[in-house]
Design a protein around this ligand. Structure first.
Ligand code: DON
Length: 566
């Protein structure tokens, strides 16, 4: 497939395809490595992860160390107060998924964001009631317990050092923290942690987080009990009780991370391995790949209006199914996962796509709120070619912005990912469908899509991204870029992105991603086209099967990222 770029010429002079050992790439050069590679949104955290690999650690060890380091150096989304998903593909053995999504505390119910029968958006998204029981510590520990090779405390130690001794604030972090100051002012411990007594940190300053260092020390020494019990749990409960939050020590103690069977699919001969519910990501991704497999995207040409039309129509259909059917599988009696990822169902959907005309999304009263980029993904491959795709989030940037005094870490506002309330679907963006209503212990539906591709039993690609619902489409497009258009990892990350999510009925297109002519051709097909800022921050690794070299694609849509490897 990686010769496709030459398809036209090679048809006339077939040996050209053979002669060109690898496709001639017009775009950026990826980072190349043989021993191992870690790509994340913080170069400091990637360095921590790769140091673990250099020291003989495996991909799970490195992912755990990177994730803890991100909780220090990338506070907008790296976390111990949030949750996430990890997909692991050992080079030998069965792939597995770890679900450490937050859960609704025991006091939750579907109408918990209604005040006198009226929906309260602030309560849902920006309050102590928006905080779900964090899952990250339990999930990282579970993955490590089953597959790690280095001592747990050694993997947490670099994060402790970064929190205790501090690290240099970058321009990106300084800007990001400064923008949050109005929000932090509501929470004294947050303001104390992320400002210099109320003034913004400047690039070059050292950010020290001593409370976070102590919380991490308890995790290093006691494992999950150092977070879900004892001092941290007590501090969290106190904060919640004082401000109308629901989380109790009993909720924290009851939290369990889950091991789940991965979602599997195939795309043009590649095995696709992704995250099952409570993420919608894996199912929607496989569903879209199944539909697109029936179109000759390579022949249509990269970035052509025809391809973007077909891709957008495919997205529209997958997102309609997502809204109708998906939620926490442990609470859903009739989640039709097998049907949604079946090839024959994709063929049915494909037949409904007109080659030249946009269809319409119904019901038109069903809209979605806007997305931000505030989640983070890391991709890791080790010396043996074991691979990890890990996406983790606080939901919004800096989550709820709440740091419980004494803990040093931000709490998520993931409860906002539950639907607003029963039947509350309206034109303003509320959703009230049943599968994703809040209930005690339930996990809110996610779009995070950590994904791994393999070919003929060998690793091929690791990918993932932040961006709320756009995540699924960003991941899709990185895969199309590599498989259909033969791009290297960096080109695949750099390529322009689009997003359609059924409703609202429009294609969001990255500004500067595609030509004005292309957008005009999409409009001529009946699409509403909306130019947006950047979409997602994909971190991609591709294994070149011929050389066994790893290619890292680092997404420069966000500052401070790093691809660390050798
Ligand atoms: O789990 C999810 O799908 C979201 N909470 C992720 C959030 C995200 O990527 C940032 N923006 N909304």
């Amino acid at each position: 497939m990686r010769c496709l770029r030459f398809a036209g010429v090679a048809a006339v002079v077939p040996w050209l395809c053979v002669l060109a050992l690898a496709p001639v790439h017009a775009g950026s050069v990826p980072v190349r490595a043989s021993l191992g590679l870690v790509v994340s949104q913080s170069d400091l955290a990637s360095d921590v992860g790769f140091a673990v690999i250099k020291d003989g650690g495996n991909a799970i060890d490195a992912a755990v160390a990177t994730a803890f380091a991100l909780a220090v150096t990338h506070p907008t989304a790296g976390n111990i107060g949030g949750g996430g998903f990890l997909v692991y593909r050992p080079e030998h053995g069965e792939p597995v998924a770890y679900d450490f999504r937050e859960t609704a505390p025991a006091g939750s119910h579907p109408e918990m964001w209604l005040k006198d029968g009226v929906y309260d958006k602030e309560l849902h998204h920006n309050s102590h009631r928006a905080v779900g029981v964090p899952g990250s510590v339990a999930g990282l520990h579970l993955a490590w317990r089953e597959h790690g090779s280095k001592p747990w405390a050694d993997l947490v130690a670099p994060a402790i050092r970064l929190a205790r001794d501090g690290f240099e604030v970058t321009h990106g972090l300084a800007r990001s923290l400064a923008a949050q100051i109005p929000h932090f002012r509501k929470y004294p411990a947050s303001l104390a942690q992320f400002t210099r007594a109320g003034d913004p940190y400047r690039a070059g300053d050292i950010l020290r987080q001593p409370d976070l260092a102590r919380s991490l020390e308890r995790i290093a020494e006691q494992g999950p009990a150092g977070f879900y019990e004892g001092e941290t749990a007590l501090l969290l409960e106190k904060e919640m009780a004082a401000h109308g939050g629901l989380i109790t020590r009993a909720d924290l103690k009851a939290y369990v991370a889950k091991k789940r069977a991965v979602v599997r699919g195939t795309y043009r001969g590649y095995d696709v391995i992704s995250m099952p519910p409570p993420s919608s990501g894996g199912i929607a991704l496989v569903q879209m790949l199944n539909v697109l497999e029936g179109f000759d995207l390579a022949a249509n040409g990269y970035g052509s209006a025809q391809n973007l039309h077909l891709i957008a129509e495919t997205m529209r259909r997958a997102f309609a199914d997502r809204a109708r059917h998906l939620g926490d599988p442990d609470f859903a009696a009739d989640l039709p996962a097998a049907r949604l990822v079946a090839k024959d169902y994709a063929a049915e959907l494909r037949r409904t796509i007109h080659p030249q005309r946009a269809s319409r999304s119904e019901p038109t009263s069903f809209a979605w709120p806007a997305e931000s980029q505030e989640t983070t993904h890391l991709s890791v491959v080790d010396a043996r070619r074991n691979a990890v795709a890990l996406t983790t989030t606080l939901e919004a940037g800096y989550g709820s912005r709440i740091v419980a005094p004494g803990t040093g870490f931000l709490l998520n506002n993931e409860m906002g990912d539950f639907n607003a309330g029963p039947g509350l679907t309206d034109a303003e963006g509320l959703i009230g469908t049943a599968p994703n209503l809040a209930a005690p212990g339930k996990r809110m539906l996610s779009s995070m899509t950590p994904t791994i591709l393999a070919k003929d039993g060998r690793l091929f690609m690791v990918t993932g991204s932040p961006g709320g619902r756009t995540i699924i489409n960003t991941v899709l497009m990185t895969i199309l870029n590599v498989v259909d258009f033969g791009m290297n990892a960096q080109e695949a990350v750099d390529g322009g992105r689009i997003h359609h999510q059924w409703l609202p009925d429009r294609i969001n297109v990255e500004r500067y991603g595609f030509s004005a002519d292309t957008l005009a051709a999409l409009r001529a097909r009946g699409h509403t086209v909306n130019e947006t800022g950047s979409q997602g921050v994909a971190e991609v690794i591709v294994l070149d099967p011929k050389t066994n070299l790893l290619e890292g694609g680092l997404d420069r849509r966000a500052p401070d990222g790093g691809a660390s490897g050798k």
